[in-house]
Design a protein. Structure first.
Ligand code: ATP
Ligand code: MG
Length: 158
């Protein structure tokens, strides 16, 4: 389906903003204009649901979660940044592995199986995109992914 990603993303964020139980502030840095991408909406919804629930799960009370979309040459870059506990350096490259969870004790009380990011990676790559994480322990985590995007020719004429 051709989906306007900016509307699509706002709706997903709205759903989390309405149901969240913590005092976490949402900040949106999303272009006003339409950005059409060819995606399977259910699959990308699942990707975002996991990334956003992780951000909420590991955010402190009073933290901030920032959502960003950047239009780049042949793709869009989407990111979700939190101010949570972060991920130790040696774990950053493992979190996309099936069932991998940082610190079993810490993770167990948070619930989940450790599959969310492995599935997200599969789905993003099936769409021709990439996914990666930047994190600093004690400071926070940013999850990025890209989706191929064909700039509307009309945009170049304006
Ligand atoms: P599931 O998604 O299956 O419910 P999960 O959230 O534990 O379980 P993933 O989403 O795959 O699994 O994440 C893997 C691990 O990466 C998590 O258990 C957690 O240790 C770490 N992690 C993921 N996102 C964050 C984040 N935003 N901040 C800190 N740690 C994170
Ligand atoms: Mg998860």
């Amino acid at each position: 389906d051709m989906v306007n990603f900016t509307d699509f993303f706002h709706k997903i964020i709205d759903r989390f903003e309405m149901s969240k139980q913590q005092h976490v502030t949402f900040v949106r840095n999303i272009p006003k204009k339409s950005l059409y991408v060819e995606i399977e909406p259910d699959k990308i919804t699942q990707v975002l649901d996991n990334i956003i629930s992780n951000a909420l799960k590991y955010s402190p009370e009073g933290g901030k979660i920032s959502f960003q979309v950047k239009e780049q040459d042949d793709h869009i870059e989407v990111s979700v940044k939190d101010e949570g506990i972060g991920i130790p350096k040696e774990s950053v490259k493992k979190i996309f592995e099936r069932f991998y969870r940082v610190d079993k004790a810490r993770s167990r009380k948070m619930g989940g199986t450790g599959l969310g990011l492995a599935i997200a990676k599969e789905m993003v790559e099936a769409h021709g995109g990439e996914i990666w994480v930047e994190s600093e322990e004690g400071k926070g985590t940013t999850v990025f992914f890209t989706l191929p995007y064909e700039r509307n020719q009309e945009d170049d004429w304006l």
